[in-house]
Design a protein around this ligand. Structure first.
Ligand SMILES: NC(=O)c1ccc[n+]([C@@H]2O[C@H](COP(=O)([O-])OP(=O)(O)OC[C@H]3O[C@@H](n4cnc5c(N)ncnc54)[C@H](O)[C@@H]3O)[C@@H](O)[C@H]2O)c1
Length: 436
């Protein structure tokens, strides 16, 4: 099939490359001319494992191309909208201006029978508004608008896209359902669970799923706080809970609070939708508030580990991205942590394997280094903010020899207290006893 993808960011580029890999002919269109030029030179503008090879292979086989102009839209049977839906400044609603702009732009060019598919995460009712815009601009055409929210995780995006737990297709139109089934057909050997629902239901499934996952994380984070007070171990509590099939082990890792480009903004947008409809989502409200407070509160752990003050001290932060295997620093917990440390008078040194360029505009006044060891030089404490693989087996003797004081604050619980004790570090973890 001929598919165009509007927006070549994390979701659009991965989805476009995977659709091309299924055998479809895909053009990814982005209004960011530099991004398109880079892609046409064979450079991948984001860090996502496996993506460079997948893109290169499909470009070589002439199934995947990139453009700024909308020419390819005219021949497309399906046009996916995968532009950003960030939080709107001021009120936390999803900012839908990119989505509606994209729809107005493609409206003039679309073939009269195309299916327009929203992959961006959009509040309930957005599909109705897209349909209204299309009918107004193209009274001649029989255009269908489908919601097909994306559930991929950055860092494992290709695997997730190719082996989805479910594919949600929101439309009541049989023809549009067939087009989506045909697009995802190459996955049929793996029996992809296509879930056909109404458009509004599909839009809400995405928000409800993200809010539930955010709730799980926040729940275990609060249990971690309690563990610290009562002398229990949150990792063992989580394991004891997660082995119960009704609960499941995933998203029960205590840490510095959830971040990333989705959970915080999606929780906020869901709350706005609920308020607009006079419904109280008290659990989601509590989750959003607890998580915001938690991110900044992580600085207090560092202060406590450094005997009550970081003023005039140097803190090395390892990891700036919101999780490993991505360069995405959007809403990363490392950022409010670092800002709070700076507010309290600390000098911050940092290293991240992929996210330093993205972090620089948000954190201009810290020192960036090219390895964990370089960042740790002269530091009074090392803080592990992201659980990158390469931070899991640091040479503790070497680290200690470089630091001014042997203090590690492990916000991802990737080390054990006994190994830190052997290496003679003061060690602070989350929801577990450390080493004094
Ligand atoms: N990042 C994730 O892990 C993830 C997962 C699931 C769903 N989502 C959702 O997918 C959507 C996209 O997220 P993302 O992280 O890929 O965003 P992104 O910011 O990485 O990419 C968006 C791209 O769209 C382009 N764009 C904006 N307006 C355009 C227009 N009119 N025409 C052409 N291109 C345009 C931008 O230049 C940018 O390259 C969001 O709604 C997000 O909530 C994201």
């Amino acid at each position: 099939m001929r598919v165009t993808m509007i927006g070549a960011g994390y979701v659009g580029l991965v989805s476009g490359a995977c659709f091309a890999d299924f055998g479809h002919h895909v053009t990814c269109i982005d209004k960011d001319a530099e991004k398109v030029a880079a892609l046409n030179r064979g450079e991948i503008p984001i860090f996502e494992p496996g993506l460079a090879d997948l893109v290169a292979a499909n470009v070589r086989q002439e199934r995947l191309s990139f453009a700024v102009d909308l020419a390819a839209v005219a021949a497309a049977e399906a046009v996916f909208i995968a532009v950003g839906t960030p939080s709107r400044r001021g009120d936390g609603h999803a900012d839908l201006s990119f989505v509606y702009d994209a729809v107005r732009e493609v409206a003039a060019v679309l073939s009269a029978t195309a299916v327009v598919v929203t992959k961006s995460t959009v509040p309930v009712g957005t599909g109705d508004e897209i349909e209204r815009i299309l009918r107004e601009k193209r009274p001649d055409a029989d255009l269908q608008v489908v919601s097909n929210p994306e559930f991929l995780r950055e860092g494992a995006a290709i695997q997730d896209f190719k082996h989805p737990d479910r594919i949600v297709v929101g439309t009541d139109d049989a023809g549009a359902r067939n087009v989506l089934a045909e697009i995802y057909r190459p996955l049929y050997l793996n029996e992809p669970p296509l879930l056909y629902v109404s458009r509004r239901t599909a839009e809400l499934i995405k928000y409800a799923a993200n809010a539930f996952l955010a709730t799980k994380i926040t729940f275990i984070n609060e249990i971690a706080d309690l563990c610290e007070q009562v002398g229990a171990d949150v990792q063992e509590v989580a394991r004891g809970m997660g082995l119960d099939n009704r609960i499941g082990a995933k998203f029960l890792h205590a840490g510095p609070g959830f971040g990333g480009s989705c959970f915080p903004k999606d929780a906020s947008a869901l709350l706005k939708t609920a308020h607009d409809h006079g419904v109280a989502l008290r659990i989601v409200e509590a989750v959003a508030m607890a998580n915001d407070q938690r991110k900044r509160a992580m600085a207090r752990k560092v202060v406590a580990a450094l005997d009550g003050s970081v003023r005039g001290k140097t803190v090395a932060v390892l990891g700036l991205t919101f999780k490993p295997n991505t360069d995405d620093t959007r809403d990363s917990p490392a950022i409010p942590l670092i800002v709070a440390l700076q507010d309290l008078g600390a000098t911050v040194r940092a290293y991240d394997p992929a996210g330093m360029e993205q972090a620089k505009p948000q954190l201009p006044a810290i020192h960036y280094h090219n390895s964990a060891y370089a960042a740790a030089e002269g530091a009074d404490a090392v803080v592990i903010a992201t659980e990158w693989e390469q931070f899991r087996a640091l040479d503790l003797a070497r680290l200690k020899s470089l630091m001014a004081q042997p203090v590690i604050v492990d916000l991802r619980n990737i080390y054990r207290a006994d190994e830190m004790k052997r290496a003679a570090f003061r060690y602070v973890a989350v929801g577990r006893s450390g080493v004094e």
